[in-house]
Ligand binder design. Sequence first.
Ligand code: FA5
Length: 339
Amino acid sequence: MQDTEKVKQMLLSRIAESETPREVLKAPELKQLYGSIKDLPPEQRGDFGKKVNELKVAVEKAVDDKEAELENSSVEPIDTTAPWDVNGKPLELLPADNGSRHPLTKEIETIADIFTRMGFGVIESRQIDDDYHMFESLNFPDNHPARDGYDTFRTEENFIAPAHTSTMQNRILKANKSNLDENGYIGVVAIGRCFRNEDLDATHEHTFHQFEGVFVSKKATLAEMLGTLRSFFEVYYSQKLKIKTQPSYFPFVEPGLEFTIEKPAALGGKSSSGEGEWLEMLGCGMIHPNVLKDAGIDPTQYRGFAWGGGIERLIMLKYGIEDIRHFESGKLAFLREFA
Ligand code: FA5
C-alpha cells in the first residue's frame, strides 16, 4: 500500500511551484493511487479509499488556490485618472477608415431600395410590442395552438419581443387606410428585428430580421402577389428564378402559402437540367378578412396580400454563408469579408 501522505506532500509542492498547476492533476502518481484501490484486500479498501479521496480534495483545492493566485498576480492595476496611460506608449487602435457597414445593414438597404423602386413605402418594425398586435389583430384565437409557433420573450408587464414582423400589419393597414379612397392602394414593407425562443443551429437564431409586405387594393390577387415576389427575388439575386408554392397555415392569411425558389446554379444549386433543391423563402397569402375588419377596412370591398421572410437566410444564400450565427458574432474575420 502506498503512503498517501507522502504523495500528497509531493503533489502540493509541485503545485506551489507550477505555472500550470492543473497539469498536476494528471500526475501518474495520482493515477497509480486510484488504480491501486481495487488490488487491495476488501477489508482495507474502505480506509485507503477514504485517504485517497481526502488527498484528492486537498490537491484540487491547492490547484484552485494557485490558479487564483496566478490570475491575480497578472492583473495590472487600472489607471483611473485617464482612459489610458497618457505617459505610456501610444495605443494601437484600428484606423477609422478600416471600419465598414455590417452586411445586414447593407443588404437591408438593398432590399428597401428594390421595394421602393416597385412603389412600396418602407418602414422599420417595432422591437417591443403587445399581445393585441402579436396575436389578436392577426386572427389568432385565444389559447389557439398556432400561438406556440411564435414562442418569444415577454416582460413582466406583458410586453412582447415580436416573433415576426406581422405585428406591423394592423398598424400599416390603419395608418394608410385613407390611401384606399379614390381607387388607391396600400403598399408598405416593414423591416426589422424579430425574436424567438429557439434551439439555435446553423439556420436558427434567437434574434433575426424579417421583411414584411402588405398590399391592399380593390382587386389585389394572388397572381399579383406571386409576380411581386418573383420580381423581388430575381432583382435581389440578379437572375431568372424558378418558383413554386405549397400550402401552409398562418391564421392571418387565407389561403396561406410557402413561397419556394429552386436553388440557382450560380448560387450552388444543381447545374444540369432536372429538378434541383427547392428552398423555402417566406410565408405569404391573401390577408384574412378578419385582419382587414380589425383595421377598419371592409373586406367585401377590398382585398390584400401579405408576406414575411427571413433576411439572414436570404443573405446566406446570396453569399454562401454557412452559419446564421456569424451575423451577430461580431467576428472581424466575417465582417471583413463584406468590407
Ligand atoms: C412568419 O413569421 C409569418 N409571419 C410569415 C407570414 C407573413 C406569413 C405574412 C403570411 C403572411 P415563419 O415562422 O415561417 O412565418 O417565418 C418566416 C421566415 O422567417 C422563415 O422562412 C425564415 O426565413 C425566417 N425565420 C423564422 N424563424 C427564424 C429563426 N429562428 N432564425 C432565422 N430566421 C428565421
